[in-house]
Design a protein. Structure first.
Length: 254
């Protein structure tokens, strides 16, 4: 299937590892130009950009993006538009991890200075980035936006109330935003990965927990980052002509 992404310009936030890196590679494989955003690991972003054919900045380039900097969304969109003249696709993948509520610690005892950065850092920056990306897309009459959520936003998870609340906000954003964007040729969707076999997950998840999660998954395995990336690429492609405001779960049936 021709996804109609050849020559399209794509911004992937949080692109230096895990799902974000797989998403960047998937778009590049379809002939798109990819802006690889990073927060601190510029070397990893530069390495990925070179891998994607960005030695001269014509196919890929690294660009800084920080969820905790309110001015960052405007700068990152402007950098892409200045480099390539347009931003066609936004994949909001960057994530602000928080401290998981410890077993035995009541929900109501978590101080605001611990949970507010998780809620604010996973929702407000996405809204800001979308706001800056949309005007150019409207002018050209074409645009695709993918918001990367989490299975926690749908099924819940003990100790993940604040992260789940922030990610659930992305679903509300897409469902309402589709009404404002659809008439201008812009589609916005949410992708919800389940537990995914990223380096971070494989490194940090205890084996008994991993085995339990696999046993509870109908397909009997975890999703690979590349599988999430393929779903994102389709929803953000020219092949997707009328799917908007939807939430696609990629979690092996969970």
């Amino acid at each position: 299937m021709d996804l109609g992404l050849n020559g399209r310009t794509v911004l992937v936030t949080g692109a230096t590892s895990g799902i974000g890196r797989a998403v960047a590679r998937a778009f590049s494989a379809e002939g798109a130009k990819v802006a690889v955003s990073y927060r601190t690991d510029r070397a990893a972003a530069e390495e990925l950009a070179r891998e994607l054919g960005g030695e001269n900045g014509d196919r890929a380039f690294p660009v800084p993006y920080a969820l905790d900097d309110p001015a960052s969304p405007a700068r990152v969109v402007a950098a892409v538009e200045e480099r390539w003249g347009a931003l066609d696709v936004l994949v909001a993948n960057a994530v602000r991890w928080g401290v998981r509520r410890k077993p035995g610690t009541p929900f109501e005892s978590v101080p605001e200075d611990e949970w507010l950065p998780v809620v604010d850092g996973n929702l407000a920056p996405v809204i800001r980035t979308v706001q800056h990306a949309v005007p150019g897309m409207r002018r050209r009459g074409w645009g695709r936006i993918a918001l990367i959520s989490s299975h926690n936003a749908l099924g819940g998870n003990r100790g993940q109330e604040f992260y789940g609340a922030a990610k659930a906000g992305l679903h509300g954003l897409a469902r309402s935003l589709m009404w404002d964007l659809g008439g201008d040729g812009l589609l916005v969707n949410v992708v919800c990965p389940g537990l995914t076999a990223t380096e971070r997950m494989l490194r940090g998840l205890p084996e008994p927990v991993r085995a339990r999660e696999i046993a509870a998954t109908p397909t009997g395995r975890l999703s690979e980052p590349e599988e999430i990336a393929q779903a994102v690429a389709f929803l953000c492609s020219g092949a997707n002509r009328n799917i908007t405001g939807e939430s696609l779960t990629v979690a092996g049936g969970r």
